[in-house]
Design a binder for this molecule. Structure first.
Ligand code: MN
Ligand code: MN
Length: 362
């Protein structure tokens, strides 16, 4: 067995933050979390009225999930259309790579959201910010472009603002966007947590949003897994996407199978990030006494998974008996249909004890 060199866990919420006017952000790119080659993530908090300033990302699309609080985003479509949306807990947004956008905390209280980017080399620090650009542009050029005098522009920030603190808009102000109904899906907004779980199995549920439900989200999909104590999302792999996990609550064990004898197992708790590379085998098991909730982002607009139970169930019993060195009688007890989630206490230790020696012989 080769000694694994990579960790697939990153303690995001324990990392030192970048702090600005009303904003706090922690990022995990491939620099902080070397395993996460295909996806990067950020945990950001905005106080009421604080903004993540107008910016764009040259090398990644942005998929976000609001954990708590309320915020408002405005995004410009390259065809000239624009959208302002309001988001609350459980809502998702998607901004295509290169489109200009801003995010503003609405209050009451901080808005906490998780940003997921479909490029591990992405860094939230390396974004194209409006204040960075304008402060490096000659004043006479800016005055001409904006139809203002150089005096009008004297108070512009002298460098990148990144965060900017202002008053929180209220529903009565002329600037306030109309608040859409809580369940509404719009071009850039999908209420993932409000979705009836797509899959309900013994032991847990899965909510999923793909390009099918959320057409703008062509390069990313996401899901929320809720797993009961002792239950597990069974062994599986994704043929078409890397998987980036943010543990919302509870305690988990997650193992990544990398072939060539390598399996990396770790324990996760709220605020930790996990990563399963495209094609790697993995499972997520609730090892705590309370509900486990995991937010997952994929760098593909379509969701595909191959689950162990479905794979075994697709094979003739004699193939399984020979391959796994089981009697035909035991092989016939293997799952004959897809499980997806495996509830607690569903193993049959008595039935496998006799075979234990053969199982570990490899
Ligand atoms: Mn952004
Ligand atoms: Mn998975």
């Amino acid at each position: 067995m080769t000694e694994p060199t990579l960790s697939f866990r990153y303690r995001l919420e324990s990392a030192p933050p970048r702090v600005g006017a009303g904003g706090v952000t922690r990022g995990a790119s491939v620099r902080e979390f070397p395993a996460s080659i295909g996806i990067a993530g950020v945990s950001m908090r905005l106080a009421p009225g604080s903004m993540r300033e107008l910016h764009w990302h040259a090398n990644a699309a942005e998929w976000a999930y609001v954990v708590s609080g309320q915020c408002r985003t405005t995004i410009l479509h390259p065809n000239g259309a624009a959208a302002t949306d309001t988001f609350g807990p459980g809502d998702v947004w998607y901004f295509p790579r290169g489109w200009g956008h801003s995010i503003q905390g609405l209050g009451p209280g901080d808005c906490h959201f998780i940003l997921i980017f479909d490029n591990g080399d992405f860094s939230e620090d390396h974004t194209f910010s409006i204040t960075d650009w304008l402060s490096r542009t000659p004043p006479d050029v800016l005055a001409q472009n904006l139809g203002l005098s150089p005096d009008d522009l004297a108070t512009l920030p002298k460098g990148e603002a990144y965060f900017a603190q202002g008053p929180a808009p209220d529903d009565q102000s002329a600037d306030a966007a109309p608040r859409p109904a809580a369940q509404l899906t719009s071009t850039h907004r999908y209420p993932l947590l409000a979705q009836q779980p797509r899959r309900v199995a013994g032991g847990g549920t899965q909510r999923v949003v793909t390009v099918n439900e959320f057409p703008i989200s062509t390069t990313m999909a996401g899901s929320i897994l809720e797993i009961q104590p002792g239950a597990m999302r069974e062994l599986h792999w994704h043929p078409n996407a890397d998987e980036w996990q943010y543990y919302l609550e509870g305690q988990a064990e997650m193992a990544v199978f990398l072939a060539e004898g390598q399996v990396v197992t770790d324990r996760f708790e709220a605020g930790d990030v996990g990563y399963a590379p495209m094609g790697s085998g993995h499972y997520i098991r609730n090892i705590g006494a309370t509900l486990l909730r995991v937010l997952i982002g994929f760098n593909n607009g379509r969701y595909e998974a191959n689950d162990l139970s479905a794979w075994l169930a697709s094979n003739p019993v004699d193939v399984l008996a020979t391959n796994l060195n089981l009697s035909r009688e035991t092989a016939a007890k293997l799952p004959r249909q897809a499980k997806f989630m495996i509830p607690s206490g569903s193993s049959h230790f008595a039935a496998t004890t006799d075979d234990g020696e053969r199982h570990s012989a490899s």
